[in-house]
Write a protein that binds this ligand. Structure first.
Ligand code: BTN
Length: 248
């Protein structure tokens, strides 16, 4: 089976992440499913993910898995998507831990999920790219955008999916050999490095400066003269952020 035959394309599905979590046992490592529409798309923090002729894709990882590597994999897929999209589109930025922005607005969100029994059975890497969406609801229109809205072109979803899949396959092999190129990509194209951010920590808003993105996928922050590390699970970036990014 060639690598591209590992992508199953469907018009609509409940959720590509849910599909892989329910069927991982029978599917091969690196199997992927891509849909243009989801009836129950899932976002981070229990949110829903809406779509309109977009690229909704999940990739199944079943090999050499360790729970503590999930945040590295999150940066890895960010870097792969960034590189694949950058071939055609300029103005992209990576927003730690796992969003990609175009002209300061969110174009892609990533949701990693796992199936755990007595061990980590599989990792599902899901991402949604706003490709051909023409209009966003009022609560999202200042924060989210699509490739179509920003570039005035419509895009072939299958072609884009294959490009991202090939890039990730290549990058994942490098990652398994210990290469850290993904970290360089995430740092060089970060919209947060050296910026002041506000994050929510156990219900309290905290201001800090982003000093570094670390190889374990954590972020290094500084506030009140002290530096400290945070994982993506520990903090939620505050939404006012998007307006800061647009002022860059
Ligand atoms: C986010 O909230 O930013 C993450 C959104 C992730 C959405 C994608 S779309 C494909 C995959 N299947 C899902 O149900 N969710 C992810």
């Amino acid at each position: 089976m060639s690598s591209l035959e590992k992508i199953k394309f469907v018009e609509s599905i409940s959720s590509t992440n849910t599909y892989l979590k329910e069927n991982y046992f029978h599917l091969e490592n690196m199997f992927s499913i891509c849909s243009k529409h989801q009836t129950n798309g899932k976002g981070r923090l229990g949110r829903t993910w809406n779509d309109d002729d977009d690229l909704l894709m999940s990739i199944l990882l079943k090999d050499e898995l360790q729970l503590e590597k999930i945040e590295e994999i999150s940066l890895l897929i960010c870097a792969s998507i960034f590189k694949a999209l950058s071939e055609k589109i300029s103005g992209l930025k990576i927003k730690w831990p796992n969003d990609i922005l175009l002209n300061g607005k969110k174009i892609c969100g990533i949701l990693l999920e796992s199936v755990v029994s007595d061990k980590l059975e599989c990792l599902v890497i899901g991402f949604g790219i706003n490709v051909n969406t023409k209009k966003f609801p009022d609560d999202l229109k200042n924060k989210a955008t699509s490739l179509l809205l920003e570039t005035n072109h419509s895009y072939n979803i299958k072609e884009l999916a294959e490009k991202i899949y090939s890039q990730f396959t290549f990058d994942y092999e490098d990652y398994k050999k210990g290469k850290k190129d993904y970290l360089k990509v995430c740092k060089e194209n970060s919209c947060l490095l050296d910026k002041e951010i506000t994050y929510l920590n156990q219900g309290v808003l905290v201001n800090a400066k982003v000093i570094d993105i670390l190889s374990n996928g954590h972020i290094l922050l500084e506030s009140d003269g002290k530096q400290y590390e945070k994982s993506s699970g520990e903090i939620t970036l505050h939404y006012s952020y998007y307006s800061n990014i647009q002022n860059d």
